[in-house]
Design a protein around this ligand. Structure first.
Ligand SMILES: Cc1cc2nc3c(=O)[nH]c(=O)nc-3n(C[C@H](O)[C@H](O)[C@H](O)COP(=O)(O)OP(=O)(O)OC[C@H]3O[C@@H](n4cnc5c(N)ncnc54)[C@H](O)[C@@H]3O)c2cc1C
Length: 470
């Protein structure tokens, strides 16, 4: 619990009473994210300028108060959960700055700006902000930066870190630093911008970002490719990518996902299949005519049953809408969704599919696969019921097996959702003891009092993986 003295000092920093939430009901709203675990903070504050954040961090340092930055709480890894109590810094109300600088091709944004609005505004200038997490309409740019979020377009355009030129950051000790700037090139010293991006709010609070924009491609084409064998769909991904073209998106849905979508909101997807790929290419319309033929041929060569090319913009958007429906559709069956994002080198996608099939059978779990397959970032999702303890034990074993499979295939625990609390127990498996220790040492230099998002990324001694906390 925070003392009255601390709460009075917080009020002295945040003059607007509405932006300091001490009521139990309000605090409960911040006890969750989109993953597992319930942790109620002692206080929630909603800073709306750099000075407020800096003063709060200084106060927190003086009194060793855990500080938990938060965007819109859509994290799938426990990122913003206040696991040690303390103060949640809700940055979602700080969304006033979204400036497009056409000449320098950059956007300047405050941390609470909703990601999709950056691209929408850039489009008005013929520009594009490519990172497109599926949560882009609800998550903040601050959260995306902290998690280094990615999306379907990551295949061709890269992820959040590839579009960050500069940051303003309040360090855990309350100092304000600027990293990078508006230039495309910058090799002055260590790349602190890239260090902060993906640091999950453990190295400082991002208070402003300068983002790179690129010209918006003039046209797109989408094909739906149908497979009778999931492993063939995996082979098709590498085959298309080595055929001389680079699609902008390549998403996979297995049969369970397709059936779930059709039951939820019929979208005209074929259900008598084992998997389908949605492939988008973008660029000049003349080039697209040629490239779509290359896609068709490459897919047929590895056993695709059929390639259907959307003929109109409506058909194209219906296909992508069907892909977006996967998450809401699969939870109609059972209420608990465990969403993993283990990522493997592209050549290993067929092997990963084989392993996922084995895991589904070994642990008798409802495992469905979809995701950004073009960059190896699969989303094996397990659908379960958290009230069924016996089932949840099998789910935990299956999740561990998924992580092991990904790492054994030369992949990674997380392609985009981050480590947070959920994957911390597995860090050493991927990084090794020394690798993990180097990260811990960096954390202690940046945050000597361990007040910035404590309890994340680094496992506690003997911390084990659990979804049920018993
Ligand atoms: C349906 C659904 C679909 C999703 N799809 C994708 C996807 O396609 N790709 C993907 O990458 N992720 C996806 N996610 C995960 C999630 O949306 C992302 O991780 C997103 O970046 C989180 O943003 P947020 O604003 O909700 O941040 P929060 O969840 O509030 O916080 C996330 C992390 O960022 C830190 N943080 C937040 N703001 C700041 C700041 N200003 N400074 C420092 N640290 C900060 C927090 O401490 C926390 O560690 C999905 C989630 C859902 C629920």
């Amino acid at each position: 619990m925070l003392s009255n003295e601390i709460i009075t000092r917080v009020h002295a920093i945040i003059k607007d009473k509405d932006r300091v939430l001490a009521d139990e009901g309000d605090r409960y709203c911040y006890a969750y994210d989109a993953s597992f675990g319930v942790h109620v903070p002692d206080l929630v504050v909603q800073p709306m300028c750099t000075e407020e954040v800096a003063r709060l961090m200084k106060l927190a340092n003086e009194h060793r108060i855990p500080m938990y930055p938060r965007g819109r709480g859509t994290s799938l890894s426990g990122g913003p959960l206040p696991v040690e109590g303390g103060i949640v810094l809700d940055l979602s109300r700080w969304n006033q700055t979204l400036v497009i600088d056409e000449e320098d091709l950059v956007a300047i944004v405050s941390p609470g700006v909703i990601t999709a609005t950056i691209n929408e505004k850039a489009n008005q200038y013929g520009l594009m902000y490519p990172p497109d997490p599926s949560s882009a309409h609800v998550s903040t740019i601050g959260g995306n930066l902290a998690e280094n979020a990615g999306g379907p377009r990551g295949l061709k355009y890269g992820v959040t870190k590839d579009y960050v030129l500069g940051l303003e950051v309040v360090t855990p000790e309350g100092e304000v630093i600027r990293t990078g700037g508006k230039t495309v090139k910058n090799v002055t010293g260590y790349d602190l911008t890239k260090l902060i991006v993906g640091s999950e709010g453990t190295l400082g609070i991002i208070t402003e970002a300068t983002l790179r924009l690129i010209p918006k491609p003039v046209a797109t084409k989408t094909a739906m490719v149908i497979f009778d064998d999931l492993v063939d769909a995996g082979r098709a991904i590498s085959h298309v990518l080595t055929s001389g073209i680079l699609p902008s998106k390549m998403e996979i849905m297995d049969q369970s996902c397709v059936v779930a979508v059709e039951n939820y909101q019929p979208s005209g997807l074929p259900t008598d299949i084992e998997a389908l790929l949605l492939i988008e290419i973008d660029g000049h319309p003349a080039a697209l005519e040629y490239e779509i033929e290359v896609v068709k041929q490459a897919c047929h060569e590895v056993g695709a049953r059929e390639v259907r090319v959307a003929q109109t913009k409506e058909e194209e958007s219906d296909l992508w809408q069907a892909r977006k429906l996967v998450s809401p559709a699969i939870v109609q069956h059972k209420p608990t969704k465990i969403s993993e994002d283990a990522t493997v080198p592209r050549s290993k996608i067929p092997d990963m599919f084989r392993k996922l099939k084995e895991i589904r059978e070994t642990y008798h779990v409802d495992l469905v696969v979809f995701g950004h397959a073009g960059d190896g970032n699969l989303h094996p999702n397990i659908i379960a019921d958290v009230r069924d303890r016996e089932e949840m034990k099998r789910v935990e074993q299956a999740v561990e097996a998924i992580f092991k499979a990904a790492v054994e295939l030369g992949g990674t625990l997380s392609g985009e959702h981050g480590i947070g609390t959920m994957k911390a127990p597995f860090m050493e498996m991927e990084l090794g003891k020394i690798g993990l220790d180097m990260m811990k040492r960096m954390k202690s230099v940046w945050d000597p009092n361990n007040i910035c998002n404590p309890g994340k990324i680094f496992p506690k001694p003997n911390q084990r993986f659990t979804l049920t906390h018993d």
